[in-house]
Design a protein around this ligand. Sequence first.
Ligand SMILES: *Cc1c(COP(=O)(O)O)cnc(C)c1O
Length: 367
Amino acid sequence: MIHFLELKRLNAPYAEELKEACSRVIDSGWYILGSETKQFESQFAQFCGTKFCIGVANGLDALTLTLKAWIELGKVEKGDEVIVPANTYIASVLAVTEAGLTPVFVEPEERSHNICPQKIKDAVSSKTKVILPVHLYGQLADMKPIMEIAKEFDLLVLEDSAQAHGAELDGKKAGSWGDASGFSFYPGKNLGALGDGGAITTDDESLAKTLVALRNYGSHVKYENLYQGHNSRLDEIQSAMLAVKLKYLPTEIANRRKVAEFYRSEINNPLISLPEVDLQSAHVWHLFVVRTEHREALANHLIEHGVQTQVHYPIVPYKQEAYREYQHISLPLAERLQDEVLSIPISPYIDIEEQKKVITAMNSFMI
Ligand SMILES: *Cc1c(COP(=O)(O)O)cnc(C)c1O
């Protein structure tokens, strides 16, 4: 069976180095907010091309705390609107509502499945304060027009880069386009820890300072609390793991691109639409998402041929029970994608024989 993702196999090439780093932290006797986290934050800021990186507990907190920091800084007020993609992982939306803000759902572009700039423009109201584009599947959203719209209407931009570590357009990486960006280091992400982790990148010093306090009980100075903060810290062991894995991220991205190119050149089945890309460097292939009107049949066919798949995502956030109040919304493209997308295995380690098996199974699908 070709599994969708095998975390043990993903981390195996670095196992010795990870164990050494882990031992170093154990022996140091310092486990929260120490030199390992400081060092990883500075390495990741450098990787993304930003001045600051603030490690937090997970990707959801990275987004939530940034929105809360903007509220503390007086840039956003409770009840303001945040434009989000209609077809994203629910975390992007949970961050908005957790901060007391109102999500406004916007349709994607058919080609990329990323949020459509023209439809963002149509959705801007007097209450809009933030655009929250998601770089879905590892491909940068159309950031140039999005930043122009933000400038025109004086909006903040919070990138959700949880799937796009290292994706790049015009030499500018995911995480350096907006006013701030949230990252997840969940183990299955392209830069994954061995547990939960997340970070915010930004060039804004006052935002960075506010986030440093918000992640640690709202405190700048021990036992003095400026804000009603969170406990959301990236710990020393995960920081040490991430510093090891960051070194190999460019090679892993190159491997993912090779797999994606092989799939795109060899999968040739009129029943299946392949992902389109304008620019290789803008895509880091966290997911390889195909589209078909016969999703269930295709998934069953692939399983019979030993290929496991997943769906990202089967229910759009505004149709979830958690967001009952938005269930009246109807956005046809987002809802069509929810019914037609299927993710096939892609990873830095999947070997040529496995890739060929996936391709053969995809090409032999008939109805
Ligand atoms: C994974 C993910 C998140 C949340 O990250 P966690 O670390 O799991 O909290 C947010 N947004 C997107 C698009 C994601 O894929």
